[in-house]
Write a protein of this length. Structure first.
Length: 339
């Protein structure tokens, strides 16, 4: 059981900034996220996309914003449970909450702040009938531990930044035994620098690229593990490639997921909150901030989520420390370590 002051569900920019605001008030936080790294969709979907509406930045790349937020919260040493989806919320007799993840990890705190963005991100899966029986037996939708693929034959499908980034990662320094990239189009959607790199790796003999093709079927061995993929090029005969792993990296689809069954008042696939004070949900001492919430006049902007998180932790302090009075101090006077 992981115990903390605040459980934060969602490691996107708003969830990370919540850690900072809570840290200023000496509140400890632990973050749960289904993705294998912090950053939410900014890290997973468009890390190289420029963002223009963050105060103080004329422009900042999404990935750089996450790096900066991680640096900002480092002094407060938050805990992370990554690569695990928050599945159940239970209110205990003592008033605290227990959240259990998809992997059975239990977390306990008197306050929960949901900063789940658009919800949990579920992988977009190809329409292959036998696919489910090979999940975690050679088919992986995310890279949680790169060492899992060391010395293995890999086939990666996709044409976006995530597919290209992982292809480069595994092929560049020879971590994988072999890497084959399959894309249904001749053109890639990823960043131009990444596209240039994959063709350089192909010319260097470190990567095989197959375009205008799709993986249409998968074959297993006697042990039930993945053995080969069937690739169908447009207008040509199918080819089979033996492989240890197939990574269909087609992006992620946001869904409210299990959170939608926790008993909140839901409106248009978002959690209704009271925006008159602290963005509390219909469950006392559970808050929702960022894109996951809704109220009259709601704007789905990162900077609005920052504001919501700031007010939510003010109330969180009173819940965690009912007998203490909090006096706000300015960081310009006290700095960060002075809190």
């Amino acid at each position: 059981m992981i115990k903390t002051d605040i459980i934060i569900v969602g490691a996107g920019p708003v969830g990370l900034f919540t850690v900072f605001e809570a840290g200023l008030m000496k509140l400890k936080c632990h973050i749960i996220d289904a993705l294998p790294q912090p950053g939410g969709q900014l890290s997973e979907i468009y890390p190289k996309k420029p963002i223009y509406d963050i105060p103080g930045y004329a422009s900042v790349l999404a990935g750089d914003l996450i790096d900066n937020l991680m640096e900002q919260i480092a002094p407060f040493n938050p805990g992370f449970t990554l690569g695990e989806r928050a599945d159940t919320l239970v209110k205990n007799e003592d008033g605290t909450f227990t959240i259990t993840t998809s992997e059975g990890t239990e977390h306990n705190a008197p306050v929960v702040i949901i900063a789940g963005g658009l919800g949990s991100f579920e992988p977009r899966k190809p329409a292959i009938e036998v696919l489910p029986q090979f999940e975690k037996k050679g088919v992986e939708y995310m890279v949680r531990d790169p060492q899992q693929f060391a010395g293995k034959d890999l086939v990666i499908s996709g044409g976006g930044d995530s597919a290209l980034d992982w292809t480069i990662y595994f092929a560049k320094d020879g971590l994988a035994k072999s890497v084959t990239l399959v894309h249904r189009s001749e053109k890639f959607r990823g960043h131009k620098d990444s596209v240039d790199q994959i063709y350089e790796l192909e010319n260097a003999g470190k990567l095989k690229i197959i375009t205008s093709s799709e993986v249409k079927d998968i074959v297993g061995n006697e042990s039930g593990n993945l053995e080969a993929v069937k690739i169908v090029p447009k207008g040509k005969d199918p080819i089979f490639i033996n492989t240890d792993y197939w990574l269909p990296l087609f992006g992620l689809s946001p869904k409210l997921g299990p959170i939608g069954d926790w008993g909140f008042e839901i409106e248009k696939n978002a959690i209704k909150v009271d925006n008159s004070l602290d963005y509390q949900t219909s469950i006392e001492n559970v808050f929702a901030v960022g894109d996951v919430n809704t109220y009259a006049g709601k704007l789905k902007l990162i900077l609005c989520g920052f504001h919501e998180a700031t007010l939510a932790v003010q109330t969180a302090y009173k819940i965690v420390n009912p007998n203490k009075k909090y006096t706000m101090k300015y960081t310009t006077v006290q700095g960060v370590n002075g809190f």
